[in-house]
Each structure stands twice: as C-alpha cells, then as structure tokens.
Write a protein that binds this ligand. Structure first.
Ligand code: NI
Length: 266
C-alpha cells in the first residue's frame, strides 16, 4: 500500500465517523481554499505489539522518522511525533499511548482483557479492522471515570483520532481567530478548555479544535451515542532560523485531548 492510499483510507474512515470534519472541509473548499494537513493523530495502549514504538515501525515503512517525544503526566500518556523524511508536504504523525498500568486494578482488568483478544494482530491489521475491542456500556463508563482516552480507544479502536488543518497554508485566514470566528458563525462547537486558542507565538504554535462529533457505538449489551473524532487547526510560527516550528506543545496538546470529552460539550 502506498502512503497516499493509506492517508486516503484514513481520511474516508475519519469523516465517516466525524461528519463535523467533512462539514468544515466543505465550508473551506467553498471559500476557494486548498487544505493541507499539519498532522494526523492516533491513540493506542502502551502494550507490546500495539504501543507507539510498534506504530512508529509501521509508519517508518512509509518514510516517517521520529522527531519528538512528549509525556502527559495527568492523562498518563506518552507521545511521539514523526515527520516524513523526504517530503515535508506529508502530514506529521502524532502517536500517543495510554500507560494503562497506572490506572485502577479494575480498569487494567478491562483493558488487559481487550488487548489479549487482539494480541496476534499486526498494526496494519489493527488499522484494517479498526473497532477491534468489545466492551459493555457499563465498562465504557467505568473507563470514562478514570481515562476518557482509554474509554474512547475501547469504543472506537484504531483509526485517526483527528486530522489537523495547517492554517498557514490557508489563503483567506491570517490567524486562528478569523477561522474560529467563521466556524462559530456556522454553528460549530469549538473546544474551550484552556481558551479557544491553545498556545501563542512565544511557543511557536497556536491550536484550536472542534468538539468531537457523536456517533452510535455498539457495545456488547446495547448501542449508545458517544464522542468520536474532532477536527483541529494549527498555526505555526517561524523559529529564529526562519524555519517553521514543527514540534508540539505539551500544555496545549493536553487541552486538545479534551475535545473528545463529553462533559465539555454539554
Ligand atoms: Ni493534534
């Protein structure tokens, strides 16, 4: 499979469960914009066979290499970002993993059981099968109490968590405020955790995001509507070298993760 096909497949799966992204994509196309992706983000568990290091190996076959390491202590996450080695127009890949062994014994038991079910699948097969986990609606809520991230991953599985528009390459928007204002005027709900815009020119990166779309997920006992995926917007600033900063800012990303938090949307 070529990288172009992989990205196309990830995008079509993503907009099938995140209609908000398709809606915004169409709004911007109508304005005559050409849309470029800054990064695509994925979630996984810190476990042999499916952790970020194995995912890094999967993406390295498509020309990617690791450029940054991050840790989110409160959310119990490790993360890395990858950049394409020969073509900078390809989106960066942001991979995070939940250190689920730091959760309660009960949460560990649920997650461990689910991981065991898919332990023989390769990363490629996990992406192909996507929603590989099967938990009950009450287990979903148990996980939600401790880790919204873990609950999301068990409900939605291996797919893009979000795509991110590189605002620098939009023609009609000079800053994030202008884009946010347009989206708000179209009735789109944005993530306000830590303010509408996370980051500032001093950290060379500003980000905002929508709240996640909601979709029906089949749990083992019944179907329920839960948050799926959101769309993110990134504006990057130049370093003193003149090159655009390509990394991520932990404090900002920490708040962006909360775009799949159901409580914030209410
Ligand atoms: Ni992101």
């Amino acid at each position: 499979m070529s990288l172009d096909i992989l990205l196309k497949d990830l995008w079509s799966d993503y907009i099938s469960i995140a209609p908000i992204a398709k809606e915004i994509h169409d709004i911007l196309l109508e304005q005559g914009e050409e849309i470029n992706n800054d990064h695509i983000a994925f979630r996984t568990f810190s476990s042999k066979g499916m952790g970020i290091e194995e995912m890094e190996v999967f993406f390295s076959a498509f020309g990617y290499a690791r450029k940054g390491d991050y840790s989110f202590s409160e959310k119990k996450l490790n993360a890395i970002h990858l950049e394409h080695q020969s073509d900078a127009t390809y989106p960066k890949i942001f991979l995070s993993e939940l250190r689920y062994k730091e959760l309660s014994a009960r949460a560990q038991e649920i997650i461990e059981r689910e991981i065991t079910k898919v332990k023989d699948l390769s990363i490629s097969e996990l992406f192909k099968k996507k929603d590989v986990f099967s938990i009950s609606s009450s287990e979903y809520r148990e996980l939600l109490d401790e880790s919204e991230y873990g609950a999301w991953l068990c409900a939605l599985g291996f797919r893009a968590n979000h795509f991110t528009i590189l605002v620098n390459t939009l023609k009609k928007f000079n800053n994030l405020n202008e884009l946010n204002d347009l989206l708000i005027s179209k009735g789109i709900s944005l993530n306000r955790a830590g303010g509408l815009i996370k980051g500032n020119p001093d950290v060379y990166l500003e980000q905002s995001s929508t709240m996640a779309s909601r979709i029906e997920v089949k749990f083992t006992d019944k179907s329920e509507t839960v948050p799926s995926c959101y769309y993110e917007f990134a504006l990057r600033y130049s370093l003193s070298s003149g090159e655009l900063y390509q990394g991520f800012v932990t404090n900002s990303a920490d708040k962006i993760f909360e775009s799949t938090n159901d409580e914030l949307a209410k």
